[in-house]
Ligand binder design. Sequence first.
Ligand code: ZN
Length: 244
Amino acid sequence: MPHRTNFLLSQLAPDILTQIAPHLSLVNLQAADVLAERHQRVEKVYFPHSGIISCVVELLGGDAIATGMVGNDGAFGASQALDDKVSLNHVVTQVAGVASVISADRLREAASEFPLLRVLLIKYEEFLFSQVQQTAACNAVHSVQARTCKWLLRMHDLVGVDLPLTQEFLARMMGVRRTSVTAVAGVLQKAGMITHSRGRIHIVDLRQIRDWACECYGDNPVALSTHVRFWRASTNEKDSFDDW
Ligand SMILES: [Zn+2]
C-alpha cells in the first residue's frame, strides 16, 4: 500500500489503514506551497512520504523563524484535526515531495472510530512538543556550529545527502544571522564535511557531522520509534498495530 512509507501510517494495523485508505490521496507538494495559514482552520492533514514541510513563526518585525520540520516520520495537521483547531503557524512546503492527504473532518471521524489511531496521533504530538522543548534548550546553550550539524543530520534523515537547502533557511531554522551560518558552512567545507553551492548543500562526511553535532539530534526517527514503542508496550492493544 503506497501510504505505508509514512512512519505514522505504517504503524496502523492493516484493517485500520484499509478503512481509511479510500479517504487518503497522494499529492505532489511543490516547494513554497502554503499548506496552512496562521489562525486559519486546518482543512487537510498531510502525511509526507518525501520532502519537508516547515512550520514558520512570523514576527511583527518581519522576521520569520522556521520552528519545526515534518517529514516522512510525521504529519502536519493531525492534532488540529482532532480538536478542530486552527493552525498556530504559517506552514509551507520547504522541500518538494509526495504526501498522503486526508480531510481533517474525515481524520477526526476515523480517530473517533479507531481510538488507537487517535492515541497514536496524540503520542506523535507529545513527541513534537518534546522536540520543541529540546530546541529551546539547544538554542540557549549550544553553539551555532553544533546546531548547524544537528539540522544537517535532521535534513539528511528526511532528504538524503543532497540537500536543497539555502544558508538563509538554515539561519531561519536556528534563529541566527545568515552570516553566522555562512561562517560555519565555510568551516565545515574546509574540514571536508560538506560542499555547498548556491541553494544546495551536499553532505560528504556524515560521521564527522555526527561527531560535531550537539546531543539534541538524538536520531529523530529512532527517538520517535522508541516513544511509540514504549507506548505500545504499555498497552494491551499491541495486536492492533502492524509490526515494524
Ligand atoms: Zn543542541
